[in-house]
Write a protein that binds this ligand. Structure first.
Ligand code: TPU
Ligand code: MG
Length: 559
């Protein structure tokens, strides 16, 4: 026999979690003890539950799955925000919340950390809306089945789930876990559907002259990145990626043709998609933001959509066809069709060389982006926060192996600080560079203290343009003005006696260069470099993007 808490700990370790993110509360303390007792798990404290859930979201980007443990209501309500992000970003995060003693409902007790009624179901009902499975364990005997079935749903769907454990059950006895295959076994495509999908897709493509592959964000969660390369090699066509799929196809591949993001695209990418008579949309998600207010969306007639478990195009719709299997099967049936790659090379001039600014020059956005870009190595992971950081990041070229993380679906400003922290915990071998605006930073800044605590050598580029510039470009108003902070001093305030965090302020090209050289040497803690930029010195892509998003937001009511 084991206990409910130890059963959960075993399952979390079996799915690959080594660090779980927590904020303690009296409803989860016994559970935290049980998790910490497991030799394969180490808890990571966070400063609040919003950051805890975002750190788990970031850890899932690094490790494929994550868990965060919070207390009832006052903790879980904040954590729901990170769960929303995990849902939108296709990340299996397991939200675990303590909850009232199983006797309290029946005893008609009123309790702390509740809304002050006898209803203790509301949190579970809320969780059902933002997860693919939400369970409340009311008896120890039910724990094994509920835990296994809920965790399996997260693994199969790459979506978040919710498990609620009463404060008096974590230490109650239950049976030992069975084989891990019960939660980890993969699922295969339906063979006749797979065969039909591959056959019809090969036929559709054989009738096309100008084929392009468009890679979307779901290729990561579908574990299909290698299969995309296989299909690209078989076709020889141009391959473009959506902004939230940057780095999910190697930018050093000879057929890489850039980021397709309407007017915010990298050079030549939009033109080649517009020129194509077939666009293989792999794991794509077309939203108002990713289509620049619906101005960049390949026509239905040219789209062959290959989704996580479905293939759809003119006259064909096949379900239970898993993405990696479909792409690999298709790569064996298609013929070379390099037309779009030939055309891309013809219509795309070589990248303009950005010359370094003289050291004494006032720091410009362009010079900041140039210096950050030059830091990226195969071991780098770039985090780009909502804001002009998105547009700066999209334009940066990535060497083989470098990764790029963006939260375009949920778009919670401040995500990048806790998420990059969680990512760095999951992938300590990466050098994480985070680009975050001043407005976003102010949302979740205190999580930098955990980077100091764990001595994580992250470099944070804080783009200080004294305001919400991305909002300004959508629609301006006094609400886009924010209080300035002394960001360098703020970060060093977390050192207290023994921390090694460093803060720098760069107002010229030379100061930025010097700050970067110092930050590279600081291997015992985070380095934040505040880049002081003019409020209006933003990318031209943000200006165009903001215009079209504002137009989409402003469409007159139809009825
Ligand atoms: C939690 C949350 N609250 C409000 C918003 C709306 N929003 N989106 N972007 C912003 C401004 C971001 O400003 P910064 O981080 O300074 O970025 P830039 O100035 O554009 O570089 C807001 C206020 C949001 N995206 N997420
Ligand atoms: Mg700003």
């Amino acid at each position: 026999m084991t206990t409910v808490g130890s059963y959960l700990a075993t399952r979390l370790a079996q799915i690959g979690i080594e660090r779980h993110f927590v904020v303690p509360g009296d409803y989860n303390l016994l559970l935290l003890d049980k998790l910490q007792e497991h030799p394969g798990l180490d808890e990571i404290n966070c400063t609040n539950e919003l950051n805890c859930s975002m750190a788990a979201e970031g850890y899932a980007r690094a490790k494929g799955v994550a868990a965060c443990v919070v207390t009832y209501s006052v903790g879980a309500f904040s954590a729901f925000n990170g769960i929303g992000s995990a849902y939108g970003e296709n990340l299996p995060v397991i939200l675990i919340s303590g909850c009232p003693n199983t006797n309290d409902a029946g005893d008609f007790n009123l309790l702390h950390h509740t809304i002050g009624t006898h209803d203790f179901e509301y949190q579970l009902e809320m969780a059902k809306k933002i997860t693919v499975a939400a369970v409340s364990i009311r008896r120890a005997a039910d724990a094994p089945h509920l835990i296994d079935s809920t965790i399996r749903k997260a693994i199969l769907t790459n979506k978040p789930v919710y498990i609620e454990i009463p404060t008096n059950l974590a230490n109650q006895p239950c049976v030992l876990p069975g084989p891990e295959s019960v939660i980890l076994d993969s699922v295969e495509s339906d063979p006749p559907s797979l065969k039909e999908a591959v056959h019809q897709a090969a036929r559709f493509l054989s009738q096309k002259l100008k084929v392009t592959i468009l890679v979307g964000p779901k290729v990561r969660s579908a574990k299909a990145e290698d299969a995309v390369v296989q299909l690209a090699d078989a076709l020889g066509c141009a391959v473009v990626v959506m902004p939230n799929a940057k780095s999910f196809f190697p930018e050093t591949h000879p057929q890489y043709a850039g980021v397709y993001w309407g007017l915010a695209s990298t050079m030549g990418a939009q033109a080649i998609v517009d020129w194509s008579d077939a666009v293989i949309c792999i794991g794509t998600v077309f939203t108002d933001y990713s289509t620049v207010g619906w101005t960049a969306l390949p026509a239905e007639s040219v789209r062959l959509t290959a989704d996580v478990d479905q293939v759809q195009f003119a006259g064909t719709d096949c379900s239970r066809v898993y993405l990696a299997e479909f792409l690999s099967g298709l790569s064996l049936q298609v013929k070379k069709n390099p037309a779009t790659m030939v055309q891309y090379k013809r219509l795309t001039p070589p990248e303009p060389i950005v010359t370094p600014s003289p050291a004494k020059d006032k720091l410009s956005r362009k010079e900041m982006a140039r210096q950050i870009s030059s830091l990226i190595t195969p071991k780098t992971t770039v985090f780009a926060e909502t804001g002009d950081s998105w547009f700066n990041g999209i334009q940066m070229n990535l060497p083989e192996g470098a990764r790029f993380e963006i939260e375009m679906q949920w778009g919670h400003i401040g995500w990048s600080i806790p998420a990059s922290f969680g990512y760095a915990v999951g992938r300590p071998q990466s050098q994480v560079l985070t680009m975050v605006g001043d407005g976003s930073f102010q949302m979740t800044a205190q999580e930098v203290s955990q980077l100091t605590r764990l001595r994580i050598p992250m470099i944070i580029f804080l783009l200080n343009n004294i305001g919400y510039t991305i909002e300004v470009e959508i629609h301006d108003g006094i609400y886009n003005n924010i209080k300035n902070w002394d960001y360098a001093a703020f970060v060093e305030s977390f050192n207290a006696k023994d921390g090694q965090g460093r803060g720098y302020r760069a107002t010229t090209a030379g100061e930025l260069h010097a700050a970067i050289e110092s930050a590279k040497k600081n291997r015992n803690g985070p380095s934040l470099i505040e880049c002081v930029i003019d409020r209006d010195d933003c990318t031209k892509e943000l200006i165009s993007w903001g215009h079209f998003v504002a137009a989409a937001n402003g469409r007159a009511p139809k009825h």
